[in-house]
Design a protein around this ligand. Structure first.
Ligand code: AMP
Length: 311
């Protein structure tokens, strides 16, 4: 039972209405790994530059994440993303993306990473996602994320990657953009016709929706009074969702299991957004996650009672 993730390992500069950070640990693979580390063994794959220090690695090591396949490129610089959020925290505005060491990265996975039971292709150039997917041919379950940049600049490659996975997790706006279909149900159905059996539409503060064959499930985001930085919410959600599935290797991927995975994803995302970057998840405990899932269950369940309706 192990989980491998490839994606960006980054320095982020982020401004929100509640503050800013000039340079903090980030990246899709980092946020995912930290969240998934509560459920199973995680191996993270990707390059960093000389500027990536021991203190950044220590955040991953403190959560037991295996960093053997983080390749340090001598003379290179780590992926850098600068973004900001307006009052509407649902939309990240990208101000700058420096691929740096990802520019000519050719992933070479160790035997242990290749042998994974579950694989997550976090957001990064779709050709790279496919190279890693090919090296993990035996994975039981493969899920992926992407973003508007790759839909706009590498659409054909992205679709080829989607064709080879079991699950696509994407923002609702990106799902619409990818399929050219304004209706989310139809957009998810279109993606499922390409190969994946499961689609998760992430909807920011409105939560997430799951499409699985003819099954549907949705959860709101956990209601928080203080949302400070949404960066990494999608990856933390994915880490909770995919991590939960990875922790249940013998269970069928049926509706009850997938619904529980949605709850754990929602819980992890809610902690992520309450502070900047990885700050909150880095000191999270399993007990806090359990409590939040319990509270989420309480606030999303209701019992119907008989009522004579008029008409
Ligand atoms: P999200 O979970 O969608 O908020 O993802 C946030 C993370 O995505 C940030 O930590 C960024 O470093 C990373 N990111 C931003 N743009 C890209 C990109 N083009 N490719 C890969 N990762 C990115």
């Amino acid at each position: 039972m192990s989980l491998t993730v490839v994606g960006s390992i980054a320095f982020d500069a982020v401004r929100t209405p509640w503050g800013e950070r000039e340079r903090m640990l980030g990246g899709s693979a980092v946020h995912f790994s930290l969240a998934a580390s509560f459920f199973t063994d995680v191996r993270v794959v990707g390059p960093v530059g000389d500027d990536f220090g021991e203190s950044e690695l220590a955040v991953l090591h403190a959560r037991g994440v295996d960093t053997e396949d983080i390749e340090r490129i001598a003379g290179g610089r780590t992926f850098f993303w600068r973004g900001h959020y307006e009052f509407d925290l649902n939309t990240a505005h990208t101000d700058e993306t420096q691929l740096n060491v990802f520019g000519d990265f050719a992933p070479k996975l160790s035997p242990a990473s290749r042998d994974c039971d579950v694989l997550f292709l976090a957001n990064i150039q779709p050709d790279l996602q496919r190279e890693v997917r090919a090296q993990c041919a035996g994975a039981r379950f493969v899920a992926m994320d992407s973003m508007n940049l790759w839909i706009e600049t590498a659409r054909d490659s992205l679709i080829a990657t989607i064709e080879g996975v079991h699950a696509l997790m994407l923002n609702d706006a990106e799902l619409r953009m990818l399929t050219g279909e304004p209706n989310l149900v139809r957009a998810a159905r279109e993606v499922m016709s390409w190969g994946p059996s499961l689609v998760v539409a992430k909807q920011g503060e409105y939560g997430a929706a799951l499409f699985h064959g003819d099954e549907f499930f949705a959860l709101p985001a956990f209601p928080l009074e203080d949302v400070v930085d949404p960066t990494g919410a999608g990856d933390s959600f994915a880490g909770g969702f995919v991590g939960y599935l990875a922790a249940h290797p013998d269970d069928e991927l049926d509706a009850p299991l997938l619904r529980r995975a949605m709850a754990y994803g929602t819980a992890l995302a809610s902690f992520n957004v309450s502070e900047f970057g990885t700050e909150r998840v880095a000191r999270l405990t399993g007990e806090e996650i359990r409590d939040r899932v319990g509270e989420l269950q309480r606030i999303t369940t209701f019992a119907d009672a008989p009522l004579a309706l008029r008409g």
